[in-house]
Design a protein around this ligand. Structure first.
Ligand SMILES: Nc1ncnc2c1ncn2[C@@H]1O[C@H](COP(=O)(O)OP(=O)(O)OP(=O)(O)O)[C@@H](O)[C@H]1O
Ligand SMILES: [Mg+2]
Length: 551
């Protein structure tokens, strides 16, 4: 015990002495630099001064930069060191006086890490090492990193590890790999799933390169998603197979990514499905607002800055992208057609889709992202970097999408999200009301065969709105809503049929009028022809007479 105490003291003392010497040397060196006297030294004397430095300052250092060598993404080593040091500063903060705090998974706790210019000591197999965190001012050198934004234009962050020369082998061969391993373990332990957006941050958004994020906390899982059970199982199996298929993708030489196209009317659960997928796989979500991406290059940068184990989402792809160059015109025409349709009120789903399309048509005018940019984004050379990514597109109008965009290989799995069927209703009744059988189920079943209602509307009707509401009243509300929807659909159908009959009758009348007019015209034509022929005969007679007279 005593010997360990004395060796500790001697270690501490030698550490203090060495630190003091290092400080003195640094001051001397900086003083020399400050006076610009180093130019007076010959090459020989500079070599000598370095030797002197090595004698006075027996520390070696390893610097880990967040971005270096033109990197477009933060270095993994930096992130691992950061996570490792979070652990090293746990508890009382490991002797660090200035700490940075971030929210922890546990809402009552904070994850602490050392602030800039703080130093923390760490022990490893009897050796002491020191970590220093620091930042350097933004660089504006136009180098490779400059193009990619954050690497140069923002403050650059570093960790510097200092250790005694005698521990060189131990630190380089064993301690640093240990730091990386432990760092990765801490990252997995602390991992909070995130929802990223490319819309510039503000409010509760944390910025991370081109992306801002919040903690992803969507409660929807496959256990509460209403859809045909067989279809649901197929999707879950597909996701599981993808997650475990690293070797398979490597073997067949494909980038480890998979595309899903979710299509169907508004309110059928496309966005909800994405949340369920993210929760099932424990992946982050990157939600790309394509109308905010200015160029194809920006889109590529966004992709490069995503991490693996993530779902990259582009919602309403048909509204966000000028697929053919004619779409804008078409959409305006369609909107006008919709508005003129016999003054008829649009039903909820169509109105929502039209509003969404109109809104995005306006927004996308500032974006120069092209179809080819998106195609490259999905399966160009860059799409292979990182791996383990799922790309999801959603649309209300699958028929409007360019076939190249959704061909297998880009969008590998097409999933139709449709109106509520009886199976889905039963599922929702169990989830929302905890009811598995009820006398009104038969009515609901019969009505759902005749009426199209989205799971969103069914779920809303099944939600108790007040303290007095129970399963009976909620189901009665749903039946009433379905009956109303049926009446509305019947009235709409009758109106459409009447309009069609009117149109047909009009067309028929027009045809008959044309026929009659044609008949009369024919008669008149024939008469005129006859008269003309008669006149011609008279003329012939006159000519003959004239000829005779001449003879
Ligand atoms: N299949 C479903 N199971 C459970 N809840 C659903 C389902 N579909 C929709 N919902 C509920 O309806 C609401 C709307 O669904 P969601 O936003 O996923 O629709 P969407 O298909 O993405 O619509 P849009 O095309 O307008 O974006 C959600 O709050 C969700 O809770
Ligand atoms: Mg949606």
């Amino acid at each position: 015990m005593e010997s360990s105490a004395s060796s500790l003291w001697s270690g501490v003392n030698s550490g203090i002495v060495l630190s003091l010497l290092a400080v003195v040397w640094t001051m001397l060196w900086q003083g020399i630099q400050g006076l610009q006297l180093q130019n007076l030294f010959s090459r020989h004397s500079r070599r000598l001064s370095r030797r002197l430095a090595a004698t006075l300052d027996p520390y070696l250092t390893v610097t880990i930069a967040e971005y270096d060598g033109g990197r477009m993404r933060p270095s993994d080593a930096y992130k691992e060191a950061q996570a490792y040091l979070q652990r090293a500063t746990r508890g009382a903060g490991g002797g660090v006086r200035h700490l940075k705090a971030e929210p922890d998974r546990d809402p009552d706790r904070l994850v602490l890490s050392m602030d800039d210019n703080e130093e923390v000591a760490d022990e490893f197999r009897g050796a002491t090492v020191w970590w220093l965190a620091y930042t350097s001012a933004p660089r504006d050198d136009g180098g490779p990193g400059y193009f990619w934004g954050r690497a140069s234009r923002a403050e650059r962050r570093f960790y510097r590890l200092a250790f005694l020369e005698r521990d060189r082998d131990l630190v380089l061969a064993e301690y640093l790999p240990h730091v990386r391993r432990q760092g990765r373990a801490v990252m997995v332990m602390n991992r909070q799933r995130k929802l990223f957006t490319n819309i510039s941050g503000g409010g509760g958004w944390d910025s991370d390169g081109s992306w801002s994020h919040v903690v992803f906390e969507h409660p929807k899982t496959f256990a509460t998603l209403a859809m045909d059970p067989a279809k649901k199982k197929e999707i879950m199996d597909d996701l599981d197979a993808f997650r475990d298929a690293k070797d398979y993708y490597a073997r067949v030489g494909k980038a480890w990514k998979r595309g899903y196209l979710l299509y169907g009317p508004p309110g059928t659960g496309k966005s909800t499905m994405i949340a369920a997928m993210a929760n099932h796989l424990d992946y982050d979500v990157y939600d790309i607002e394509l109308t905010s991406v200015r160029t194809n290059t920006d889109l590529r940068r966004l992709f490069i800055e995503t991490t693996s184990k993530s779902i990259i989402v582009i919602e309403d792809i048909d509204c966000s992208l000028d697929l053919t160059g004619k779409r804008k015109k078409k959409k305006k025409k369609a909107a006008a057609d919709d508005a003129n349709k016999d003054g008829e009120k649009k039903d909820g789903a169509a109105a929502a889709a039209a509003a969404k399309a109109e809104e995005k048509v306006e927004e996308k005018s500032t974006s120069k992202v092209t179809l080819s940019g998106v195609l490259n984004f999905i399966d160009g050379l860059w799409s292979a970097c990182g791996g383990e990514r799922i790309i999801v597109f959603t649309t209300n109008h699958v028929e409007k999408l360019d076939p190249a965009l959704i061909r297998r290989g880009r969008m590998d799995k097409h999933i139709e999200m449709s109106y509520c069927c009886f199976e889905s209703f039963r599922f929702l009744a169990k989830v929302y009301l905890d009811v598995e059988a009820h006398e009104l189920f038969d009515d609901v079943a019969a009505l759902l065969r005749e009426v199209e209602m989205t799971p969103a509307d069914v779920a809303e009707n099944l939600t108790p709105k007040g303290p007095g509401e129970d399963a009976d009243s909620c189901l009665a509300v749903l039946v009433e809503a379905l009956q109303k929807a049926k009446e509305k659909a019947l009235a709409k159908k009758a109106k459409e049929e009447a309009a069609l009959a009117k149109k047909k009758a009009k067309r028929k009348a027009k045809e008959e009028a044309a026929k009659e007019a044609g008949g009369k015209a024919k008669e008149a034509g024939e008469k005129a022809a006859e008269e003309a022929a008669g006149e011609a005969d008279d003329d012939d007679d006159d000519e003959e007479e004239e000829e005779e007279e001449d003879e």
